[in-house]
Design a protein around this ligand. Structure first.
Ligand code: BES
Ligand code: MN
Ligand code: ZN
Length: 485
């Protein structure tokens, strides 16, 4: 989709539709006063969030249609609300056959921030997941999204460009997650990362099975051994153009289980098909790197994606097996379905050995986080409050909801094993916390944040502003985190 800033007056814009947001307290604009007054009098439109009305052939405008979208109360309207409002307009308009949409930027959100959020909303809303339907696609798409604004210098244009990069990178992550496991194996994921890195000008490296064995990544390899698909530790490096003032080096570590059958501790058949999204953490860090390469923050950032398939076979690891992790700790694998933490710990240890000073991992790690927080908030855990503060501030700025979960010492005993240093599962209760505690054992003294996205990486039902399926959650937060370092 083409995106462009338009410095024209709304009535002069030629497009299939122009759209504006009206608030509950907005006066009807002069160019459509009679129509909007009538909509209000009839009760069809009051400016509430989620409302929309379409007028064909508006007499005072050059465009073919005028769309009004409700913004709710003006003082409650923020960048996140704008992002969603634009997404909703885009999704509704394109289903009606609109190909070129112009959106008038107006309202309480500061201009640059509004331009960024609006173009994000459009690109995210235009995204569809039916790439594998060869006929009778129900979804349509926009060809062009134009944002009507008054000129406001370089800052506005930079913000608009930044929004485009962020949303396209988020969609890049969604594309990876949207592929089923037969089309997104660990090696395919590595290949997609390689192509992205080459295009973006990032360094790329992959550790294959032999290399990982030589290093001693017994925990990761134990998960991989049940599959005929070879594992890969994908590494993508960004280095800032000017040499940085501090020695800080951010690692983004993303769970890349391309399919999670559960292994010998096999999952129930119902819903198992969804476990193709168990690489959403890995996809999110690759999406973030794509944007980071273009926006050039001043801190070095390295992405690590342990990519494996968790399968059942005669070679699969068994409950009770004891593996030795890269950092030397032994782990009793009491449940082969708790595999995310087994691959992440080796990747985290490797990240530290590569000189990373701050770790942020992201993973569809536990069903328990879905029980705790539903589909709304990402669960955030840490051993370092200041780092979590930075992550949460970036998330808030980007409208990605996160909730600080507890991780105090009282939970530590859950992971005691009679036969090894650690068990890979805790008890029945507090499952998201015992999973996080397991990772904390490997973070050691390095500042670390863990984000459990099991509930937020996949949208169960289509929303007015976004298609059902992969969300690309945390991509924008990571980019903001690096930019604001
Ligand atoms: N990938 C799953 C977690 C998951 C569950 C993600 C639902 C998305 C939706 C993870 O590998 C897993 O299987 N976790 C187990 C852990 C348990 C065996 C301790 C779980 O949550 O049941
Ligand atoms: Mn699992
Ligand atoms: Zn999993």
């Amino acid at each position: 989709m083409e995106t462009k800033l338009l410095y024209e007056s709304l009535d002069k814009v030629a497009a299939d539709a122009v759209a504006v947001v009206l608030f509950e307290e907005s006066e009807a604009p002069a160019y459509a006063k009679a129509w909007i007054d009538e909509l209000k009098a009839s009760g069809e439109f009051a400016g509430k969030a989620g409302e929309m009305a379409v007028l064909h052939q508006p007499a005072a405008l050059k465009a073919k249609r005028l769309i009004v979208a409700g913004g709710g109360k003006r003082d409650k309207f923020d960048a996140a609300a704008l992002r969603r409002a634009v997404g909703s307009v885009v999704r509704s308009a394109k289903q009606k056959g609109v190909k070129t949409l112009a959106f008038a930027l107006d309202g309480p959100v500061a201009k640059a921030a509004a331009a960024e959020a609006a173009v994000e909303g459009a690109i995210l809303g235009n995204y569809e997941t039916d790439v594998h339907k060869t006929s009778s696609k129900e979804s349509k798409s926009l060809d062009a999204f134009h944002l009507i604004a008054s000129p406001d210098g370089a800052e506005l244009e930079a913000a608009f460009e930044r929004g485009r990069i962020l949303a396209e990178s988020q969609n890049f992550a969604r594309d990876l997650v949207n592929e089923p496991a037969n089309r997104m194996t660990p090696l395919v994921m590595a290949d997609r990362a390689r192509a992205m890195a080459a295009e973006a000008g990032l360094e790329y490296e992959v550790l294959d099975e032999a290399k990982m064995r030589e290093l001693g990544m017994g925990s990761l390899l134990g998960v991989a051994q049940g599959s005929t698909e070879p594992p890969a530790l994908i590494i993508v490096r960004y280095r800032p153009p000017a040499s940085p003032k501090s020695t800080d080096h951010l690692a983004l570590v993303g769970k890349g289980v391309t399919f999670d059958s559960g292994g010998i501790s096999i999952k129930p058949a119902e819903g198992m098909e969804k476990m193709k999204y168990d690489m959403a953490g890995g996809a999110a860090v690759l999406g973030a790197m794509r944007a980071i390469a273009r926006l050039k923050p001043s801190i070095p950032v390295t992405a690590f994606v342990p990519a494996v398939e968790n399968m059942v076979s005669g070679r699969a690891q068994r409950p009770g097996d004891i593996v030795t992790s890269l950092d030397g700790k032994t782990i009793e694998v009491l449940n082969t379905d708790a595999e995310g933490r087994l691959i992440l710990n080796d990747a985290m240890t490797y990240a530290k050995r590569q000189g990373c000073t701050h770790l942020v991992d992201v993973a569809t790690l536990t069903g328990a986080i879905v029980v705790a927080l539903g589909y709304v908030n990402v669960g955030a855990f840490t051993n370092d409050e200041p780092l979590l503060g930075k992550v949460m501030a970036a998330a808030k700025d980007q409208g990605e909801k996160m909730w600080h979960m507890p991780l105090d010492d009282d939970y530590k005993d859950l992971l005691k094993s009679a036969f090894a240093d650690l068990a890979n599962i805790g008890g029945r209760w507090g499952g998201a916390i015992s999973a996080a505690w397991f990772l904390k054992e490997f973070a050691g003294d390095t500042p670390w944040v863990h984000l459990d996205i099991a509930g937020t990486a996949w949208l169960e039902e289509t929303k007015p502003y976004m298609a059902k399926g992969p969300t690309g959650v945390t991509v924008r937060t990571f980019v903001k985190l690096a930019m604001g370092w």
